[in-house]
Design a protein around this ligand. Structure first.
Ligand SMILES: Nc1ncnc2c1ncn2[C@@H]1O[C@H](COP(=O)(O)OP(=O)(O)OP(=O)(O)O)[C@@H](O)[C@H]1O
Ligand SMILES: [Mg+2]
Length: 140
């Protein structure tokens, strides 16, 4: 079901991310799409903060994938930025392993760039510019 939300400042977008973070279940995948400066990272920050993770610590291989631990649970959250990469790069960084662990939660910025390797169950969120402080956020 498609849902459309307009946020009037960055804080509102962050709160929206937190709201989704609070509802997130193990195995969930959130795909953020939209141009530069649309609010994807702002949204992801709210999302990650809400999940109460330890870290952040950087993935040993590249900064493309950041791995976070939950404080009290045996689960992990992966925050991926696909801006500079191709599907093959993500596959090389252990994508299948991350995906196949049902305990993992994944949030991806620029997910449209690696669309081919995203499972159908993913939630897609598109960020659009309305004006300097307003964004249209479409959740699918
Ligand atoms: N309603 C809004 N929602 C989110 N960000 C907003 C909003 N209004 C203004 N902004 C500003 O827009 C910028 C969004 O930056 P952010 O890093 O979240 O975008 P991004 O989509 O991750 O960009 P990039 O693709 O370059 O990483 C911030 O400077 C933020 O303060
Ligand atoms: Mg970003």
């Amino acid at each position: 079901m498609e849902k459309e939300i307009i946020t009037y400042n960055a804080q509102e977008t962050k709160k929206l991310g937190a709201k989704l973070g609070a509802k997130m279940k193990k195995g969930g995948i959130v795909c953020l799409s939209g141009d530069l400066g649309m609010g994807k990272t702002t949204f992801a920050q709210g999302f990650l903060e809400e999940l109460k993770l330890t870290g952040p610590y950087t993935s040993p291989t590249f900064l493309i994938i950041k791995e976070y631990d939950f404080k009290r649970r045996n689960e992990k959250v992966y925050h991926i930025d696909a801006y500079r990469v191709k599907e093959e790069d993500i596959l090389t960084l252990g994508w299948e392993e991350i995906l196949n662990d049902p305990k993992n939660i994944i949030i991806i910025e620029w997910a449209e760039r690696i669309k081919k390797i995203i499972p159908a169950k993913a939630i897609w969120i598109n960020f659009q510019w309305l004006d300097k402080n307003r964004r249209k956020i479409i959740i699918n």
